[in-house]
Design a protein around this ligand. Structure first.
Ligand code: C2E
Ligand code: CA
Ligand code: CA
Ligand code: CA
Length: 275
């Protein structure tokens, strides 16, 4: 089925998971999918608020199932994470994202960075930095154009291995951002310890009708800037949200108000036009 632009998962039926009676079947299907090139990345542009330029894009994983159409990541990543498949899949994502960004850079299509989501397992992999270094060398992408998105979790602040990995990544020149900021394990301690270059304010806080959300967003922006981090708001869907974020000096924005995650072809066309 051909997807209409911007209508992700239109053909997805919610009872899909019941067709996998157990995780064994899903694991089997995931392996087949990886071998059979059924995974692809979609790219959601990120804008610098002041200049309006596209400065980054987030790579988001999609499983294009031959019969079932696009299956959203939330439906298979947690299971892949459980059965260990996510390391392999995560490595595929990283390589594909770096390869594509290098291609855009060398053809002059796009000059920004690419954001790649890391799963918990990848983050706790002791050889993470080495793997990333290998992939950068292999694809030829310069480290400054890669941003790894990690999520807050109870384990990372106590984990020396993670801290070591993050330091090594920083030495390589790779950026690290905290994804879904404000929703996870709320320890601010690691913000001062970890080499983090950007906070991504979770889309939950964009709901302006909810009491205190604006105050929370303001505080996150102020805190980020005083700690010399950049801050990006996710899930921006309305002009009002944008106006508020502009007023509060948020650096970057990402959301349906600007662009949905785009398939490769559409992303490339947009980047060319936007130059
Ligand atoms: P995330 O990293 O927080 O990604 C942002 C999600 O919000 C994406 O959903 C994106 O399509 C959606 N989104 C973007 N703009 C808006 C908006 O304006 N409004 C709303 N309501 N949603 C918006 P998606 O692509 O379904 O991904 C869901 C989650 O799956 C991601 O959340 C991430 O945690 C995970 N994920 C996706 N790709 C990967 C991957 O390659 N590796 C890993 N480990 N996780 C991934
Ligand atoms: Ca993310
Ligand atoms: Ca997020
Ligand atoms: Ca998330």
């Amino acid at each position: 089925v051909r997807e209409k632009p911007g209508s992700n998962f239109h053909f997805f039926s919610p009872d899909i998971l019941t067709t996998w009676k157990n995780t064994f079947n899903l694991e089997f299907s995931l392996r087949k999918a990886l071998k059979g090139n059924q995974f692809e990345l979609h790219y959601q542009p990120q804008k610098d608020i002041k200049s309006g330029n596209i400065v980054g894009c987030e790579a988001l994983l999609r499983w294009k199932h031959p019969d079932k159409g696009y299956i959203p990541p939330d439906h298979f990543i947690p299971l892949a994470e459980k059965n260990g498949m996510m390391l392999e899949l995560g490595e595929w994502v990283l390589r594909e994202a770096c390869r594509q960004n290098k291609k855009w850079h060398s053809t002059g299509t796009y000059r920004g960075l690419i954001g790649v989501n890391l799963s918990a397992r990848q983050l706790h992999q002791p050889e993470l930095a080495e793997k990333v270094k290998e992939i950068l060398e292999e694809t030829g992408l310069s480290a400054e154009y890669l941003e790894l998105e990690i999520t807050e979790s109870a384990t990372i602040s106590q984990n020396n291995e993670v801290l070591n990995s993050l330091r090594q990544l920083r030495e390589l020149g790779v950026h690290v951002s905290i994804d879904d900021f404000g929703t996870g394990y709320s320890s601010l301690k690691y913000l001062s310890i970890f080499p983090i270059s950007k906070l991504k304010i979770d889309k939950l806080f964009m709901k302006q009708e909810v009491q205190h959300n604006q105050a929370i967003v303001k505080s996150i922006i102020t805190m980020s800037h005083s700690m010399e981090m950049k801050v990006i708001a996710e899930g921006v869907e309305t002009e009002e949200q944008l106006v508020f974020l502009e007023k509060e000096n948020c650096d970057e924005v990402q959301g349906y108000y600007f662009y949905k995650p785009l398939p490769l072809q559409e992303a490339s066309e947009l980047f060319l036009q936007a130059q």
